[in-house]
Design a protein around this ligand. Structure first.
Ligand code: ATP
Length: 368
């Protein structure tokens, strides 16, 4: 089986035109993924040099494709972080149908990206209790298992769950730079509104107070450094489409959103509202996930307890990607309650594979 060392050594034979060093030594090989399905990395270069590196991208892809045992090679050319503030991404061409006008990303919104974070995604749901936090965490772990550095911000003021799901009891400490240092759990950098306040108090926060606390968690946490920026920050939003979600999505430069729903019509109509909210704030919806799609019974049959397929149909109707379904799995519930996330503990298990596939789709949407 091919390993990362071999790939890095091979890539070092390609010379970076700027530094004269091999690509690996020059630090240009980022987010390297070596899996049985594919080998790939992000070639991260200064913004004004992107065109110059086109041939290097092609040469790297060709080299990877020629390595023994590689089925698919993919090199994504990306510009280094620009200073804040940056304009929000332009509207997506995919949401063009008149019928889904409301869910289209509108005019670009200026927002601030947290320092040293390359991409920010939000995970939302219209309705509470659909498993948004469970799915957000699964996606964050999936992205990390694909080789990225990942942060997880639990912004759910109505029910912060990261401290319990990940077993973190101590709030973050402050560094010399007066920034919060997010504690690490299962390879993720984690911060949560639950570390700042008693959850019972958070429930009764008025909109502006809650928004301010969330902005603080976002911008005053040391997610990454200039030398080691964070690849992706996953934000678990509070359920619904109220002021808090609106303010957060307007003030922050967000690269994409994922919407979680269960199959029932009630949950779906709320999920549609969440898609609309993202559209209004100029955020591209990277996809929809159907949680609790079915229950796999011990005899192997798939029981569709809440119905199945509604989220996929909704995604098709709104012309947004469907990322996949997550079955009801008691081991998943138990893992969350006991701070033993199933997909982190069983990285080769069926549930982890499912989340890796969805994380890959998110990744493809973020770095297209
Ligand atoms: N696919 C699943 N299989 C089994 N249990 C699940 C699954 N998804 C979520 N759960 C369980 O359902 C409960 C609610 O999930 P979670 O807290 O993730 O929902 P939420 O949408 O974030 O809720 P809230 O809106 O209250 O923040 C939790 O006990 C969780 O472990």
């Amino acid at each position: 089986m091919l390993d990362k060392e071999t790939v890095l050594t091979a890539l070092n034979t390609i010379i970076d035109p700027m530094s004269g060093q091999g690509l690996t030594d020059a630090g240009l090989v980022r987010a390297l993924i070596v899996s049985p399905e594919r080998v790939g990395f992000m070639l991260e270069v200064p913004q004004d040099r992107v065109t110059q590196y086109g041939p290097i991208r092609l040469a790297s892809e060709k080299l990877l494709a020629g390595l023994d045992g590689v089925k698919k090679a993919q090199v994504v050319l990306t510009a280094e972080l620009a200073p804040n503030p940056q304009p929000q991404k332009a509207a997506s061409a995919r949401l063009s149908d008149k019928a889904v006008e409301d869910s289209r990303p509108k005019a670009p919104v200026a927002g601030v990206r947290p320092n040293h974070v390359k991409r920010v995604i939000v995970v939302g749901s219209g309705k509470g209790g659909v498993g948004k936090s469970t799915v957000s965490l699964g996606l964050a772990i999936g992205l990390q298992q694909l080789g990225l550095s990942v942060g997880f911000l639990d912004a759910d003021i109505y029910g912060p769950s990261a401290p319990v799901m990940l077993g973190i009891s101590k709030p973050p400490e402050f560094g010399a730079d007066k920034l919060m240092v997010p504690p690490e759990a299962f390879g993720l950098k984690v911060n949560s509104v639950g570390f700042l306040v008693d959850p019972d108090q958070a429930m009764i926060w008025r909109g502006p107070m809650a928004s301010q606390a969330l902005t603080q968690l976002l911008t005053q946490s040391r997610w990454g450094t200039a030398e080691e920026p964070l690849d992706v920050l996953v934000i678990d939003l509070p359920p619904g489409t109220g002021d808090v979600q609106l303010t957060l999505t307007q003030k922050t430069l967000i690269d994409g959103a994922v919407v979680v729903s269960t199959p029932q019509e009630m949950a779906l109509s709320d999920a549609r509202r969440a898609v609309t909210l993202f559209g209004k704030t100029g955020i591209e919806v990277l996809g929809v996930i159907e949680n609790m799609a079915y229950f796999l019974s011990p005899d192997g049959s798939e029981l569709e307890i809440f119905g199945r397929g509604g989220a996929k149909k909704m995604a098709e109707a709104l012309k947004i990607p469907f990322l996949g379904e997550v079955p009801l799995d008691p081991a998943m519930r138990k893992g969350c309650d006991e701070a033993r996330p199933l997909t982190a503990l069983e990285p080769d298990g069926a549930m982890a594979s499912r989340f890796k596939v969805m994380a890959q789709k998110v990744l493809d949407g973020l770095w297209k």
